[in-house]
Design a protein around this ligand. Structure first.
Ligand code: SAM
Length: 291
């Protein structure tokens, strides 16, 4: 039985769990376990008391037990079946098993919209596996409108890209794709030593709040949003070039008319545009007959 006289999951408790349950951290699944209870408490406090929350990748419960103390219900989706026993042990040990439903499933194969609406979930938290964090957050931003806030630990570079101020060099296509739907800020810087095993890079916690305005879904269908995102990807594929060059093939014979109608300067680079500029370029292209 593990030592229960603790604020949360510490390095010595992790060691004890590893020797009791014989699991190793899997690199392929991005397993870096948080062993800093103060940090976990700080992150969990962004969850309003009494709410339902989806946790992505609970691991052995470092953050889960702190979320459970705040939440009405935690739904925790973990892919690695080897972690389920130690995770349940941690939840039992800290007295929160009835607050948490653990689902052994791949988050990338989960219908998040259905899961969240069925369980009345408006908050998603997680110390995300690095290899899936950016596409997962883009998907949640766009496809799970019921979720109004996401608090996620990501690699520092990913966090900086997602939260970059539009109009600066730090932006990429993913910045626009997420910021159409969410306001994003970095809230906590997390040093490598907060994890076992230690990752090669620093991490940040970002907070994404759903925007009340500017949602392109109000005027674009899902396939049109796909097309607008293709436009953004095309522009960023040659980010050093002027838009009139990088979007030449995309707009074809309508090139000049589209820029004129959208009131966007064709000599700009993609990083200099606002979200509205991209939206205007797309809708102007549609108006031109997009052939
Ligand atoms: N939340 C724990 C913590 O902070 O210590 C673990 C975080 S670890 C960075 C990422 C977790 O996500 C691991 O437990 C890993 O097994 C899990 N994971 C990786 N890929 C996943 C997927 N596709 N679906 C669900 N969980 C996944």
């Amino acid at each position: 039985m593990v030592n229960t006289n603790l604020a949360g999951l510490t390095p010595s408790l992790l060691k004890e769990l590893q020797s009791n349950y014989g699991f190793k951290a899997s690199k392929a699944l991005g397993q870096n376990f948080l062993v800093d209870p103060n940090l976990c408490t700080k992150i969990a406090h962004y969850l309003p008391v009494g709410s339902n929350v989806l946790e992505i990748g609970p691991g052995i419960g470092s953050l889960t037990l702190h979320l459970a103390r705040q939440a009405n219900k935690v739904i925790a989706i973990e892919l690695d079946k080897h972690l389920l026993n130690p995770l349940n042990c941690v939840l039992d040990t800290f007295g929160v098993p009835e607050k948490v439903d653990v689902i052994n499933q791949d988050i990338m194969k989960t219908d998040l919209e259905l899961l969240c609406s069925k369980n009345n979930i408006e908050y998603i938290f997680g110390n995300l596996p690095y290899n899936i964090s950016a596409p997962l957050l883009a998907d949640i931003s766009r496809k799970v409108p019921n979720v109004k806030c996401v608090v996620a630990m990501v690699q520092k570079e990913v966090g900086e890209r997602l939260s970059a101020k539009l109009g600066t060099r730090a932006v990429g296509a993913i910045t626009y794709k997420c910021q159409f739907f969410m306001e994003i800020e970095n809230i906590v810087h997390v040093p490598k030593m907060s994890f076992i095993p230690r990752p090669h890079v620093d991490s940040v916690v970002i907070k994404m709040d759903r925007r009340a305005d500017k949602d392109p879904r109000a005027i674009l269908s899902s396939s049109q949003t796909d097309e607008m995102f293709e436009l953004i990807d095309t522009a960023f594929a040659q980010r050093r070039k002027m838009l009139r060059q990088s979007l030449k093939i995309f707009f074809g014979s309508h090139l000049e008319a589209v820029f004129e109608l959208a009131k966007v300067d064709p000599t700009l680079r993609p990083e200099q545009l606002t979200s509205e500029d991209f939206l205007n370029l797309y809708t102007s292209w549609v108006e031109q007959g997009n052939k």
